[in-house]
Ligand binder design. Structure first.
Ligand SMILES: C[S@@+](CC[C@H](N)C(=O)[O-])C[C@H]1O[C@@H](n2cnc3c(N)ncnc32)[C@H](O)[C@@H]1O
Length: 208
């Protein structure tokens, strides 16, 4: 079953089918809006911080200080202040965003890269605030799962709550089925009062 309710992603009036088109669309938004939250589709900085603060509570429960973490679609590094201690690396398709992230957080590791090209393993791979605006969310989810040794943390716009036409909205049941098919041993779902839900998908079973 399709995990998304919609058929395509539209960014600024243009249908997005390829990673190059994602890169170009976000690059243009960076040029237009600068490194702030609006370029990343948030209505305000407050809405952006609220979303990351919610994820932060979950991350603090799950991530250990010696865990390696890959933050996919890190943008300008907005998640960094909300992160628990860990061995962090951020990647993003858009060079301008990565340059800003390095400027804000010179001591951390950031690279301009597509997740599909990454081969190193990480304890945790994050897809936070990214699935709504990519043309092939399942490809990213499966790749993140392949690269992780402990699991993935991924959030989705819930199709029952968001009926917008342009961004991806997801069926939670189909997402759960996908995780089970991938071999997930434990799946935690954190609904929020807002439009998105957060999943923590573990490789380690609960019954040890
Ligand atoms: C809505 S922004 C979210 C940025 C950041 N996570 C935040 O909340 O501030 C989504 C980001 O994902 C990046 N992205 C999309 N597909 C990607 C891929 N395949 N590999 C790496 N980055 C990707 C985009 O360039 C964009 O910067």
């Amino acid at each position: 079953m399709e995990i998304r309710e919609n058929k395509q992603v539209i960014i600024d009036g243009k249908a997005i089918h390829t990673w190059d088109e994602v890169k170009s669309a976000y690059g243009k938004r960076m040029e237009t809006y600068g490194p702030g939250s609006k370029g990343l589709f948030y209505s305000s900085d407050t809405a952006h911080s609220a979303r990351l603060a919610h994820s932060s509570k979950i991350l603090h429960q799950i991530i250990r200080p010696d865990d390696s973490v890959l933050d996919v679609g890190c943008g300008v590094g907005a998640l960094v202040p909300f992160m628990p201690p860990c061995v962090y690396r951020g990647i993003d398709l858009v060079a301008q965003s990565v340059e800003e992230a390095i400027r804000f957080y010179p001591d951390l590791s950031f690279d301009c890269a597509n997740l599909t090209d990454i081969t190193e393993k990480y304890d945790w791979v994050f897809l936070i605030a990214i699935t709504a605006s990519v043309p092939m969310p399942e490809v990213l989810i499966k790749k993140a799962w392949e690269l992780s040794t402990k699991g993935i943390i991924v959030d989705f716009l819930d199709a029952r709550k968001d009926h917008g036409d342009d961004l991806n909205t997801f069926r939670m049941g189909a997402c759960t089925d996908l995780f089970l098919d991938m071999g997930a041993q434990r799946i935690e779902l954190y609904p929020t009062r807002n439009l998105w839900n957060v999943y923590v998908v573990h490789k380690e079973p609960f019954w040890l």
